[in-house]
Design a protein around this ligand. Structure first.
Ligand SMILES: Nc1ncnc2c1ncn2[C@@H]1O[C@H](COP(=O)(O)OP(=O)(O)OP(=O)(O)O)[C@@H](O)[C@H]1O
Length: 342
């Protein structure tokens, strides 16, 4: 599979009089390959928007390497611009224009054939509402109009920053279906969010960021597998004896009022055998499968440990005079504007 987005060792700091120097990205890495629906997850303020804005040339990094479709950015952004669509800032539309007219004007401005307008309206499920004024649209419909505008040029990659933000459950469902449809149509999708349940349902790959650093990445099942501690919920009548038996067998046991959580279980049959041999009959034996939510909390609830090397060794990164074609050789100008942030 070919890399569509590559980010290595990206660092960005902001300086303000009030807060001093703040590191938003601290040697961040990301790899998105063609065909993925890639979730970019992190708590508020972890650096998702800064990453996307930097990738799109809206913010200058201190240093790091970035590439879109193998072309170094921001240097080669104009060359790859026709191949991706992005919604990173909330797009503003004229309320008095219809959805169709909005897209038509954007199509004309972008040199896109007029017939694309109907196609993208269809794609985002707004075909029936295209002749209504945008001010009558719900937030979810405006979001879909924004996606439609990004789809006009038929991009191979779509980058969406928090597309479900502010949407009601129906809007979230529509957005989720839309992303699935796009993926099925062969579009690579990178979607940032802190709504884990949604990401878990639509994404096949995930990168988790915490405090400007990548803390996990890979196929969703693989990331989750790392959090499978072999835990089972066990119910038996005599909990005291069950704790004794299981602990003696080397298993970790936590007691809850009416159940035990047993960890380190490789074979559940062995667990029920251990208890059965002591006339302790198992009433319930349920695997506690990890979900992205708990993985996310476990990962992002842990501050990066001082002294532990970052995932990117700065010494391997090209310096400002390096000749790496992907290197961004920009000095830290810290163009901070906190008031204007989002
Ligand atoms: N222009 C700016 N000036 C100063 N600090 C900034 C600026 N932009 C971002 N930051 C800081 O950088 C850090 C990362 O912010 P960023 O918006 O990238 O996080 P995020 O993961 O997108 O958060 P959210 O989910 O809330 O949008 C935060 O501490 C934020 O305050």
């Amino acid at each position: 599979m070919s890399a569509v987005i590559e980010i290595a060792g990206l660092r960005k700091s902001f300086t303000s009089l009030r807060h001093g120097r703040r590191i938003a990205l601290d040697g961040f890495d990301m790899l998105v390959e063609a065909g993925q629906v890639h979730g970019f997850l992190g708590p508020n303020g972890s650096g998702k928007t800064t990453t996307l804005r930097t990738l799109l040339g809206l913010v200058r990094p201190d240093f790091g390497r970035m590439a879109l479709f193998g072309e170094p950015t921001p240097q080669r952004l104009p060359a790859v611009a026709p191949r991706f669509g992005a919604i990173v800032e909330s797009p503003q539309f004229f309320g008095n224009f219809t959805g169709w007219r909005t897209l038509y004007l954007l199509a004309v401005a972008g040199g896109v054939p007029r017939n694309r307008v109907d196609e993208v309206l269809e794609q985002v499920g707004l075909r029936d509402r295209g002749d209504e004024r945008v001010r009558t649209y719900s937030l979810g419909m405006r979001q879909r109009l924004a996606v439609a505008s990004a789809l006009l040029k038929g991009p191979e990659l779509l980058i969406l920053d928090e597309p479900a933000n502010g949407l009601d459950p129906a809007g979230i469902r529509e957005m989720r279906d839309l992303m699935r449809d796009l993926a099925a149509a062969g579009v690579t999708v990178l979607v940032s969010s802190h709504i884990l349940a949604e990401i878990e349902q639509i994404c096949d790959h995930v990168t988790i960021i915490s405090q400007g650093r990548r803390v996990a990445a890979g196929p969703v099942e693989e990331v989750l597998a790392g959090f499978d501690h072999g835990e089972f919920r066990v119910r038996v009548a005599d909990q005291d004896r069950a704790v004794e038996v299981l602990t003696a067998a080397g298993l970790t046991v936590s007691r809850l009022p009416d159940q035990l959580v047993v960890g380190g279980v490789e074979d559940p049959a062995r667990l029920s055998q251990l208890l059965g041999e002591q006339d302790l009959w198992v009433r319930e034996l349920t695997p506690l499968t990890p979900d992205l939510e708990s993985a996310f909390l476990e990962l992002t609830g842990t501050r990066p440990v001082p002294g532990v090397p970052r995932q990117v060794d700065e010494s391997t990164l090209p310096g400002p005079t390096g000749d790496d074609p992907l290197a961004v050789t920009v000095t830290a100008d810290d163009q901070t504007d906190e008031g204007a942030h989002r």
